[in-house]
Design a protein around this ligand. Structure first.
Ligand SMILES: Nc1ncnc2c1ncn2[C@@H]1O[C@H](COP(=O)(O)OP(=O)(O)OP(=O)(O)O)[C@@H](O)[C@H]1O
Ligand SMILES: [Mg+2]
Length: 284
């Protein structure tokens, strides 16, 4: 399913000393400061941290979708070895939503309510790969199967509102994968779903990453989800990456009081979403 064999030693994405600020009437709000992380082909990187620490800003920065008040004020992002800051608008457009796909928290934000699922999915190969209608239908149907939806033919004939939230999110994932992205960004893709549906989606994403060799950046405030899906983890606190490494290594370092404090403010595996009170960490 992937395009030609990728150089396994070439990172998919390298974020180097990235700083992003929002410029409001009240002045500059630094949202991301000196943030670095690298994702290799086929690797899943988890970004975890408490609300407001800058996780979404990092992913929007990668998509270069920071609205008119957000700006990259330092550092750079390299995609497959090339500085995205030096790419033309045309090149960026070709990468966004194509080589880099993003999945948001709310599935309906990515679906057209007036268009049948099948038609929406078919548009991807029709436009991207200029294949025949029949081929587009077959690819779409195959992907609906890959995301493990029941009765795929019927799904193709349904409108988004006829699906549950979890089913809609699976369709959004199918749509993203149809463009064969090198990098899939998932920003809290399961927060709007209930816990059992959430577990199913996490399982699915993990399996698909392996099946299609897609690199992933999985953003969540839920450490348990990151542990289940990712190879490596970056912990953010107040705009900065304070820990990064293999899941096991970061866990080893969790013995340090500072990191312990961080993890205590994050929902742990198996914990009820709301059972754990937020523990504040000294700092601004
Ligand atoms: N459009 C914006 N205008 C002004 N400030 C913003 C904007 N978007 C984000 N910020 C600020 O940037 C910081 C980081 O926000 P961000 O949305 O990246 O956090 P997050 O880690 O994704 O949080 P959550 O877990 O709640 O989604 C916050 O202080 C936030 O208030
Ligand atoms: Mg966010």
């Amino acid at each position: 399913m992937n395009e030609a064999v990728r150089d396994p030693a070439q990172p998919i994405i390298e974020i180097e000393n990235l700083s992003i600020s929002f410029f409001t009437r009240k002045g500059e709000i630094p949202a991301v400061m000196d943030f670095s992380c690298t994702v290799m082909p086929g690797e899943a990187m988890g970004i975890v941290g408490e609300s407001g620490c800058g996780k979404s800003t990092v992913s929007l920065g990668i998509m270069r979708d920071l609205s008119n008040i957000g700006k990259i004020v330092g550092g750079r992002i390299k995609f497959q070895g090339r500085d995205m800051g030096e790419m033309s608008d045309e090149e960026l457009r070709a990468i966004r939503g194509n080589k880099i796909a993003m999945i948001y928290q709310e599935p309906m934000a990515s679906l057209n309510p007036a268009m049948k699922i099948g038609q929406q999915l078919m548009e991807v190969p029709l436009i991207h790969d200029k294949v025949s209608k029949e081929e587009a239908y077959n690819r779409a149907l195959e992907m609906v199967r890959a995301v493990k939806l029941p009765d795929p033919e019927r799904m193709m004939r349904s409108y988004p509102h006829q699906l549950s939230g979890g089913q809609q999110q699976r369709i959004v994932i199918a749509m993203a994968l149809l463009s064969k992205p090198a990098l899939l960004l998932l920003d809290e893709p399961t927060t709007a779903l209930d816990v059992t549906v959430e577990a199913g989606i996490v399982e699915l994403v993990k399996g698909l990453g392996e099946k299609f060799g897609t690199s992933m950046i999985f953003v969540s405030h839920n450490l348990g989800l990151i542990l289940e899906t990712c190879d490596r983890i970056t912990v953010m606190y107040s705009g900065e990456a304070v820990e990064t490494g293999k899941i096991e290594d970061v866990f080893d370092r969790m013995r340090h009081p500072y990191t312990q404090g961080l993890f205590r403010s994050i929902p742990l595996p198996g914990a009820d979403k709301n059972s754990r009170p937020l523990i504040s960490i000294p700092g601004q």
